[in-house]
Each structure stands twice: as C-alpha cells, then as structure tokens.
Design a protein around this ligand. Structure first.
Ligand SMILES: CC/C=C\C/C=C\C/C=C\C/C=C\C/C=C\C/C=C\CCCCC(=O)SCCNC(=O)CCNC(=O)[C@H](O)C(C)(C)COP(=O)(O)OP(=O)(O)OC[C@H]1O[C@@H](n2cnc3c(N)ncnc32)[C@H](O)[C@@H]1OP(=O)(O)O
Ligand SMILES: Cc1cc2nc3c(=O)[nH]c(=O)nc-3n(C[C@H](O)[C@H](O)[C@H](O)COP(=O)(O)OP(=O)(O)OC[C@H]3O[C@@H](n4cnc5c(N)ncnc54)[C@H](O)[C@@H]3O)c2cc1C
Length: 647
C-alpha cells in the first residue's frame, strides 16, 4: 500500500474533531485564521524557499538570509502586518516564525527594541524607538563577553563617565572583555545595547546598558575605535549559521551621557549616580521577556519534530507480515508509542504552559507599571525554570524523534537534523539551563526558609503553605484508573517537590557557610528545581508520563510505593492505546504546511518513498555520474590494486 493511503486511513480513525483541535492549538479562531493565512502566504512565496539551504556555503547562506529578512520586512509593510510601526505585532511575529530562518531581525525585534522599551526613559524611547521600529537603525543585544556569559556581574567592558565632555568612554580593557556571541552583531547591526560596568570618578557601579552606534549609517563601516566581525561557523550546516553572531571590541569609544539606559538608574550632568526607587534587577528585564518567548516557542519546535515522527511512524512498516500480508506499522509497536506519545503530550503541555507564562508575564508587566515589584522574583523563577525545563525536553525530544524515524531520520531531507541543530543552542543562550535551575533553587530554598517566619508563599510556591500536610502525604492510589484523576497526580507532584526542597533546605542548614553549602549540594538543588518546574507544567495540564519517568523520586521521597508506580505504568499503557487511533489527527491539528515542516518524512500526504528517492537525485554529488576527483584519487588506487594483484 502507498503511503498516501496509510495516512488517509489514519485520519479516518480520529475520535475527535480535528478542526476544533486546530483552534485549541492556535489559541482562538482568530489566531488560527491568521496563522493559516500567513503560513500559506510564506509557503507560496519563492523567496522563502528553504529546501536548498543545506547545500549552501556560509556566504551564500548568509546572503540568502539577508534577502529573506529584507523581503519579510517588505511583506510586513505591504500587508500592513506591523500595526503602526512595530513588527512586534503578532502578525509580523508569525511571518517571521513561518519564514523559519534565524536572522539579525530576531535580535533587533526580540532584544534590542525590548531593552530600550524596558530600560529606556520616556525621552530615550521617543528618540530611539521610532528609528528602530522603521528599521532605520538595526540593533543587537551585546551582553556576553569572551570571558563571561552566565556571570553577568563579572562582565569587564567599562563605561567611564567623563564630566568634562559629558560623555561615557566605552572600552574593552582585556581580550576576555571582547563582546562575543551577540546575534546580528557580526555583519549587520548599526547599533547595540552594550552592557558595561559603569565607572564614575574611579568608583564601579556595576553593569548597566548603553546604546552605542557601531557602524556608519552611510557606508556600514565600523566607527572609529570599534573592531567588529563574525565569530565563525557554529554547530550544524545551515542551522544557526544564518545568524552573524559577532565579536566586538571598543578602544575608548565616546558616546553622549544620554545614551545610558536610564530608567532604573541615572547619571547626572555633574556625574552623580542616582538610583530610582525600583529593583536593580530590572536591568535584567529583557532576559525575562525573551525567556518567556523561548518557552512559548518550545512547543512549536517540539510539535514539528513530533509531527514528522508520528506521520512517518504511521507510514513506515517493519516485520510482522503473515502470508504475504502487510507488515506492522512501526507506530503500533508499544516501544515506539512509549517514546513518541509522551513527546506528543509534552508538545501540547508546553503549548498551554507557554500561554500561562505569557499571562504571568503580562500580569507582572502591568504590576511593574503600577510600581508593584512584589511578583518579580516569582516571574524570574518561573521564566528561568520553565525556559530550562522546556528547552531541555524539546532538544532531547527532537533527537528522540530523529531516532524514532530510524535511518531516514538522519537525512537532512527528514528536516530533523537541521531542526535539532537550530534548536539545541536554546539550552545555552538566554541563560545556561543549569545556571537557570540554580536560580529557581535559590528561590525555593528562600521560600522554605521563610516559612518559619510566617511569610506566606505565593504564586507557584503556594503549595508550600501546606508543608505539614505534604510531608505526611502518601498516595492512596489503589487501581490504575485512580491515576486518571488530575488531583491525584497533582498531589503526588506537590508532595515530591516539597519533600525534595525541604531535604535540600535541611542539608543546607548543616553548613556554617550557606554559599559553600549551596555549591556542595548544587546537583540536588537542580533536581529539586526540576521537580518544582514539572509541578508547574502538571498543574496546568495533566502529565502521567512524567511521573513514570521520575518514579525514583516519587518512591524515594515516600510519596508513592512501588505497587502504585506499577499501576501508573499500567495506566500509561492504557492511555497509549487511547492515543494511538488519534495520533495522526493530533499532529494534523498543528496545521503545519509542508513548507514549514520541511520534511519528506512528515509530508501531509505520507508519500514518503517516491519523494525520498526523487530527492536523492537532486544532491550536487549526483550532478555527474563519475565524481570530480575520480581521475586524481580513485583511478590511481584502482590501478595500484590491479598492479598488486598482478604481483
Ligand atoms: C522582518 C522581520 C519581521 C518580523 C520580526 C518580528 C518579530 C521578531 C522575531 C523574534 C523575536 C522574538 C523573540 C526572540 C526570541 C528568541 C531570540 C533568539 C535568540 C536568542 C538569543 C539569545 C540572546 C542571549 O543569550 S542574551 C544573553 C543572555 N544571558 C544570560 O541569560 C545570562 C545568564 N545569567 C543571568 O541571568 C544572571 O547573571 C544570573 C541570574 C545567573 C546570576 O545572577 P546572580 O544571582 O549571580 O547575581 P545577581 O546578578 O547579583 O542577582 C541577584 C538577585 O537578582 C535576582 N535576579 C537575577 N536575575 C533576575 C532577573 N532576570 N529578573 C529578576 N531578578 C533576577 C536573583 O534572583 C537574586 O535575587 P535575590 O532576591 O537577591 O536572591
Ligand atoms: C547561539 C547563541 C546565541 C547567542 N546570542 C547572544 C546574544 O545575542 N547576546 C548575548 O549577549 N549573548 C548571546 N549568547 C551568549 C549566551 O547567552 C551565553 O553563552 C549563555 O548565557 C551561557 O553563558 P556562558 O557561555 O558563559 O556559559 P558558561 O557559564 O561558561 O557555561 C559553561 C558550563 O559551566 C556551567 N556553569 C557556569 N556557571 C555555573 C554555576 N554557577 N554553577 C554550576 N555550573 C555552572 C554551565 O552549566 C556550563 O555547563 C548566545 C549564545 C549562543 C550559543
């Protein structure tokens, strides 16, 4: 039977309305219609073609990215996708997503503009944002240096106030202070928000943001005192090499005083440092914003991989043929289901968690405007923790989907190698995932230690208020179906997280130096932070597979016993059987075009084999029947073998 028939058959099995689910996935009917329209628009535009990307060299690839970014901007304006000025509107954001090629514009819109919006004064915003909104200047976010990324307070670039000229002198005092990594910096950006140590009259006031012009707006040459370039090829072939991650050094570059971002703190004409009545952590606000975006994007990357692996698993057959009949679809193997279906569930779970985090972020932003900073620690912990949890699971999930597709998953034409290579740096950028989990752990330990002082835990740590009860808890599950009750799962996750946090807090208290204790117990603290973040996911959606995966934690903390663990596993198998007939329809509900998926294995029509065969012949190696280099390198070998044989 041809693949085409396999998927039609699969679609007929669905036990729910796929069109309704498309709307659930999109968020609303309006969002669905918008995504649908824009994805088709991109798919039908030849400039946005991407099937030739894997064969391009770096220079061609980069030029191709510039062309796409310029064309995307033209379309944004022509189609009025940008509201009055800004491409931060959902329509433009969707266009960028479906173009599916990282570019300098991501950092311009994703970090440069938000940094000015969040950390600039009203005056600074009025001056810089209109230019940035019209892309008359292009900006990047220059924080990380060769020597320091995670440790932001360890940055070395200096911004020294010169009261004589009312300027800051931006300088890179060491090799390790070279800015290193900023996307869009290497070849494109005309401006950057540069993070540097503020020095006034010999005193160091810590890291602050400054708007610095890097290149001439006429001929694009670096301005005097600025050395700038690309840091070189990165992991994967095309993948993130569409981006010009850059290196930058300053040799006493002067900027006007009013280019320090002064919403959080100011430097007066007289050189006086004034700190507003706001937490200094607001300087980190852009990172909180982007971490929230990264969580929202995790479900997109994971769902793409899952869509490819699910459709292909329904098309692919191995073993099990009796009397010349059809072989078994690999999706029917229980091992395939136990690897694939939890990922399918995770993609949906991350979609809903992303929505919840957007709500939380919006709420915090509103409060900040009203000078209520009370929820900032919670926002930082949630964005950092969920960024870490979802990107780790998504990167691992994409790789698992590649394995689920067997040998063909390793072909670039499966779409999976490139998806993995583009996605995997998300585990590092915007905060290394372990470093971020340690931030969550600090928040949790602080919460536990404040319980005795009567401080009521709020937000996602509210469950800690029931600590006594959670420490007494033992699951009352008696039969497999009991694990279907959301409250039963939720309580087990709460008790596990609470116990792991309390155990860490108790062990920490044995150290006379708390910081030393924190370093020594860091691995346990990371585990406790993961347990807490998983609880956030579980409290937004139901997730039994996580319980099974981390059974060790649940049993060792005494929340459940081994028998109840086996019942969870039994129930999970029942659930896999229920998901099985709906699997293809569940991934159809993502409504991805074949252009966006970029995968022969994941084609909507399931016509995998003829298209794989056709694609192989397009490889440049097949341009000639006898390869270049035959005469120089193959023929002499063959002749030598002949001579040896004669001897
Ligand atoms: C044509 C085009 C058309 C359309 C285009 C349309 C749209 C554009 C498309 C896309 C754009 C959208 C989005 C972008 C999405 C993706 C972007 C793509 C790629 C991303 C590139 C990645 C960029 C980067 O990587 S930038 C660099 C990021 N760097 C880091 O993350 C560094 C990590 N380190 C840290 O964050 C911190 O230093 C640390 C937290 C780890 C260390 O802190 P530490 O505690 O040691 O020190 P302190 O600094 O003293 O902190 C102490 C207290 O502060 C609290 N804290 C820390 N951080 C925060 C925070 N962020 N917020 C609030 N509070 C914070 C901490 O908890 C301590 O508190 P306490 O109370 O004192 O305990
Ligand atoms: C593709 C890509 C794009 C990027 N874009 C930008 C950009 O636009 N602008 C920008 O400013 N930066 C950018 N970055 C830089 C990025 O933000 C940093 O690389 C990231 O924050 C990690 O910091 P690091 O490189 O210093 O890692 P390190 O901190 O050196 O990490 C190395 C190892 O040390 C461990 N480690 C570090 N500190 C601790 C600790 N306290 N406890 C335990 N373990 C620890 C980490 O877990 C990791 O295993 C980008 C990076 C990449 C890969």
């Amino acid at each position: 039977m041809e693949g085409v028939d396999h998927l039609a058959f699969e679609r007929n099995k669905a036990q729910f309305d796929v069109d309704e689910m498309k709307i659930v996935w999109a968020g609303s009917r309006e969002d669905f219609e918008l995504s649908d329209r824009i994805s088709r628009l991109v798919a039908s535009d030849p400039v946005f073609r991407k099937d030739d990307r894997a064969a391009l060299g770096r220079k061609e690839l980069f030029k191709n990215t510039l062309r796409k970014a310029a064309h995307a901007w033209k379309r944004v304006i022509e189609l009025r996708l940008s509201g009055e000025f800004s491409a931060l509107e959902p329509e433009a954001y969707k266009l960028r997503a479906f173009v599916d090629q990282p570019a300098f514009t991501d950092l311009h819109w994703g970090m440069f503009v938000p940094a000015i919006q969040g950390q600039g004064t009203d005056e600074q915003q009025q001056k810089w944002l209109p230019l940035a909104y019209r892309m008359q200047i292009i900006g990047c976010y220059a924080q990380t240096e060769l020597g320091h990324g995670s440790n932001v307070q360890g940055l070395e670039t200096t911004a020294t106030f010169d009261p004589k000229t009312d300027e800051f002198v931006i300088h890179s005092p060491t090799l390790t202070s070279s800015k290193w990594w900023p996307g869009g910096l290497g070849k494109v950006s005309t401006h950057a928000v540069v993070y540097a140590r503020l020095i006034i009259d010999g005193q160091d006031y810590g890291v602050h943001g400054f708007i610095v012009q890097l290149r001439s707006l006429d001929d694009h040459l670096p301005l005097p005192g600025i050395t700038i370039g690309d840091i070189g090829m990165k992991f994967g072939n095309a993948a993130y090499n569409t981006m010009d991650n850059g290196v930058l050094t300053f040799d006493h570059v002067r900027i006007p005083r009013n280019q320090m971002l002064m919403r959080v703190s100011q430097v007066t004409r007289e050189g006086k440092y004034v700190h507003s009545n706001v937490p200094r952590q607001l300087v980190y606000g852009t990172m909180v914003y982007v971490r929230q975006k990264i969580v929202a994007d995790a479900s997109v990357a994971l769902s793409r991989a899952v869509c490819i692996a699910t459709r292909y698993s329904a098309v692919r057959r191995q073993f099990g043929s009796h009397n010349g009949g059809l072989e078994t679809q690999v999706i029917d193997y229980k091992t395939q289901q136990s690897r694939l279906f939890p990922l399918l569930a995770s993609a949906y779970a991350f979609r809903f968690v992303g929505e919840w985090l957007l709500w939380l972020y919006t709420d915090v932003t509103e409060r900040l405007k009203a000078k209520d900073f009370s929820t900032l620690p919670e926002a930082h912990a949630c964005t950092a923790g969920l960024k870490s949890l979802t990107t780790t699971a998504t990167a691992d999930g994409i790789e698992e989907c590649r394995k689920l597709c067997g040998g063909h998953g390793y072909l670039c034409s499966s779409g999976l190698p490139e998806l993995f290579a583009v996605y995997v740096p998300a585990c590092t950028y915007e905060g290394d995932n372990i470093v971020l989990l340690l931030q969550v752990a600090r928040h949790l330990v602080k919460t536990v230690s404040q319980l005795s002082t009567g401080n009521k835990p709020v937000g996602t740590t509210a469950y800690m208020a029931r600590l006594e009860q959670l420490l007494q808890y033992h699951s009352d599950v008696k039969k497999a179906e009991d694990w279907l009750k959301p409250n039963v799962v939720l309580e087990a996750f709460e008790a596990r997280a609470a116990r792991m946090c309390v155990a860490c807090a108790q062990n920490l208290s044995k150290f006379s130096n708390p910081e030393e204790g924190f370093q020594e117990l860091a691995a346990d603290l990371v585990e406790a932070a993961v347990a807490h973040c998983q609880l956030i996911v579980v409290s937004n959606v139901y997730a039994l597979s996580l319980l099974h995966k981390h059974l060790g934690d649940f049993i060792s903390t005494g929340c459940i016993d081994p028998k109840q663990g086996s019942l969870a596993n039994e129930q999970l198998r029942n659930l896999y059987s229920q998901v099985r007939p709906n699997a293809v329809a569940l991934v159809d509900a993502y409504n991805y075009t074949d252009h966006y998926l970029g995968s022969i294995l994941g084609r909507y029509d399931g016509n995998v084999y003829p298209k794989l065969y056709e694609e192989a012949w397009k490889d440049p190696l097949n341009d000639s029947i006898v390869p270049d280099g035959f005469k120089e390198y193959i023929q002499p070998l063959l002749k030598q073998q002949l001579r040896n044989a004669r001897l």
